[in-house]
Design a protein around this ligand. Sequence first.
Ligand SMILES: Cc1cc2nc3c(=O)[nH]c(=O)nc-3n(C[C@H](O)[C@H](O)[C@H](O)COP(=O)(O)O)c2cc1C
Length: 347
Amino acid sequence: MIFERVVRPRLFAIAGGDAEAAHEWTLRRLAALSRRPAALSALRARYAVRAPRTVFGVDFPNPVGLAAGMDKDGAALPAWPALGFGFVEVGTVTARPQPGNPRPRLFRLPDSGAVVNRMGFNNAGAQALAARLAALPRPLGVPLGISLGKSKATPLEEAVEDYLASYRALREHGDYFAVNVSSPNTPGLRALQDRAHLDALLAALVGEKPVLVKIAPDLTEPAIAELLEVCLARGAAGVIATNTTLARDGLAPADRERGGETGGLSGRPLAGRAREVVSFVHRETGGRLPVIGVGGILDPDDAARMVDAGAALVQLYTGFIYRGPALVRAAARAWTGAPAAAGTAGG
Ligand SMILES: Cc1cc2nc3c(=O)[nH]c(=O)nc-3n(C[C@H](O)[C@H](O)[C@H](O)COP(=O)(O)O)c2cc1C
């Protein structure tokens, strides 16, 4: 419980409670730690879990990954496996660097175990990420996913070229690529989930490396079914379900006002819908498309329920904010059926 009792209150107090300032502070600390091999080994000894599996041809030391958006520019890459993550998804990156939306754009809803964000793909661009990945002193030790998105300035009709430019810059560095067509914070982006757009996008990107499609929880089942047909026809390696939601169900009364901020909602209120989508994808494809389940995993049981719904792997974002690294370890252990022991969430 040290994280929840001691670390979290301090993090949440940074800059008068500014959530993005806390995020930046944490990333800077983790980046500094990434340059200290002894500190990384100490963390690894405490948090690493081995529960190996192979999914879409890639070997994962354990099935619990870091979701896209936490370390968009790969600033603290070596720290994540040391904190127990079995894979890391960097990005979303865009072909051109871009500042994202004006601040404030990240809001914690603590009573609901949730976050609202409208970051808008703030990132240093695909070339900068490629340079950083090329300069990593040693292999990461876990698979690296790279999430690709559309630059805000690029019109929808030129989206394929935009994704391709990022893909070409980063191709050699990723173990898989996530096509992010589901962020609610880039105007028009979600239209790329339509049959014609997605077909063109996958036709251009599918080839050498596994390509997964990240989908929105706000799609209807017929729309998801259509998207899955395209994924299967074009040889996508899997689906990541889900991104944040535009819905605002399940907020605690104290969070209703903040919940009114524009953006995507993540965390506990998303869990049920994310699981439903995972289950639908699994059923609809007869298990032919592996699913990475993400959305509202705040304790190890949530991870177990994602597995029951059909997820082959899971990812965390908001749960990491509220529960810290002990959740990663506990979720990986819950999966293997190993006793959580000292590693219960927040321990
Ligand atoms: C601040 C923030 C930024 C995010 N940025 C991205 C992103 O750049 N690309 C992406 O695919 N998902 C992004 N996400 C969505 C997460 O990867 C994840 O799909 C979603 O938050 C649901 O998981 P969670 O409930 O565990 O947070 C972001 C989420 C948050 C909270």
